[in-house]
Design a protein around this ligand. Structure first.
Ligand SMILES: Cc1cc2nc3c(=O)[nH]c(=O)nc-3n(C[C@H](O)[C@H](O)[C@H](O)COP(=O)(O)O)c2cc1C
Ligand SMILES: Nc1ncnc2c1ncn2[C@@H]1O[C@H](COP(=O)(O)OP(=O)(O)OP(=O)(O)O)[C@@H](O)[C@H]1O
Length: 143
């Protein structure tokens, strides 16, 4: 049976940290589905620079990704109910609480594991593994 995996995030200006997360997630199953957060739901940090569809299209083109989906505007469990994953992989630094998500899934009768990806460190001088830091460097050098 095909094991479906879900990863999710903002993915505004792709960088190697994103590739690491998505490779980690893809390795846990056969088919990686990525939910790309809607701009209006990114409230814990600066709003994305790029439009929703552009962020979705870039993630969708990555080789380890079976399909990238734009997130739901109001209810983050709607795409999960449609995709029916076996596992949801959170990013290593995501603020979401694993037990809280498990409880919400159970309440909706969705049977799937929740786990976390590993972190990824810079491999050479100047490598930037954070969208926020890429934006800061652009402002520093071009602003
Ligand atoms: C399991 C799960 C499903 C999500 N589904 C959606 C969704 O359907 N729509 C959406 O706008 N955000 C969704 N999100 C929220 C964002 O992916 C994420 O919390 C945040 O806004 C982006 O955070 P990050 O890029 O800093 O990791 C979901 C989050 C989780 C943990
Ligand atoms: N260096 C990294 N190592 C491992 N995972 C990462 C790394 N950078 C981002 N990710 C993961 O990619 C997913 C999406 O990240 P997001 O789009 O918030 O990018 P970001 O570069 O971390 O953003 P920002 O720097 O603006 O906070 C998250 O799950 C995050 O944990």
């Amino acid at each position: 049976m095909t094991e479906r995996v879900i990863a999710q995030g903002t993915f505004d200006i792709l960088h190697p940290g994103h590739l690491h997360y998505l490779r980690d997630a893809a390795a846990l199953g056969d088919e990686l589905h990525v939910i790309v957060a809607r701009r209006e739901n990114v409230t814990h940090k600066a709003k994305p620079v790029l439009p929703d569809r552009q962020r979705r299209d870039m993630v969708d083109a990555l080789e380890m990704v079976a399909e990238a989906h734009l997130g739901h505007r109001e209810d983050i469990f709607v795409p999960i109910e449609r995709i029916e994953p076996d596992v949801i992989v959170l990013g290593h630094d995501q603020h979401h609480d694993e037990d809280g998500i498990r409880a919400a899934l159970a309440e909706r009768g969705i049977d799937c594991d929740v786990t976390r990806a590993s972190p990824c460190e810079a491999r050479y001088d100047g490598e930037l593994l954070s969208t926020g830091r890429i934006v800061d460097r652009i402002l520093e050098r071009r602003g």
